[in-house]
Design a protein around this ligand. Structure first.
Ligand code: OFO
Length: 186
């Protein structure tokens, strides 16, 4: 059982994770449109990861006897300045998500909601990886000088990003735990 305040806060964060998915889908489409198929792949894999992040919260609210309230998802930008701009905006967005998760943890502590505190630990750890990945890619893009003008090094980064594969669950019809078991991931 979760309190009403926590239910509202979790629903708010669920919306932010859905926006993350939407934003990375927009970035994937943009990357594809400028010929960066590897970037497009990386962002579409990230889209799937964000859907899992959203669905974990969706499922947690329901398992705790709460109500899921799906609010409108904000429109993401469709234009970006450069490959570097894509990842700088990604990192800025992930920092925003990290702050939102930390606020949820603070609320769970204030509410003495131990179950939600434990549930949120997965997200706290996940955000370290999210920001680290973005920082690594930004460093690579700066090394190859991938500003608005682009260059040959960008081709290699694109190839690298094209190798990323989706490893997370993408079918939520049976729930996350059962779905992961069926997919041999648990
Ligand atoms: Fe869900 O971690 Fe990104 O946004």
């Amino acid at each position: 059982m979760i309190g009403k305040k926590m239910e509202k806060a979790l629903n708010g964060h669920l919306n932010k994770e859905l926006y993350s998915a939407y934003l990375y889908m927009a970035m994937s489409a943009y990357s594809d449109s400028i010929g960066l198929k590897g970037f497009a792949n990386w962002f579409m894999v990230q889209y799937h990861e964000e859907m899992l992040h959203a669905m974990k919260i969706y499922e947690y609210i329901l398992r705790q006897g709460g109500r899921v309230n799906l609010a409108a998802v904000k429109e993401p930008p469709s234009d970006f300045e450069s490959p570097l701009d894509l990842f700088e905006k990604t990192l800025a967005h992930e920092k925003f998500i990290t702050k939102s998760i930390h606020d949820l943890v603070d609320l769970a502590i204030a509410e003495k909601d131990h179950a939600t505190q434990i549930f949120l630990q997965w997200y706290v750890t996940e955000q370290i990886e999210e920001e680290e990945n973005d920082n690594d890619i930004i460093a690579q893009l700066k090394l190859v000088g991938a500003g608005p003008e682009g260059n040959n090094g960008l081709f290699l980064v694109d190839k690298d990003l094209g190798a990323r594969v989706t490893t997370v669950l993408t079918d939520f019809s049976k729930g996350i735990e059962a779905g992961m078991k069926a997919a041999g991931q648990a």
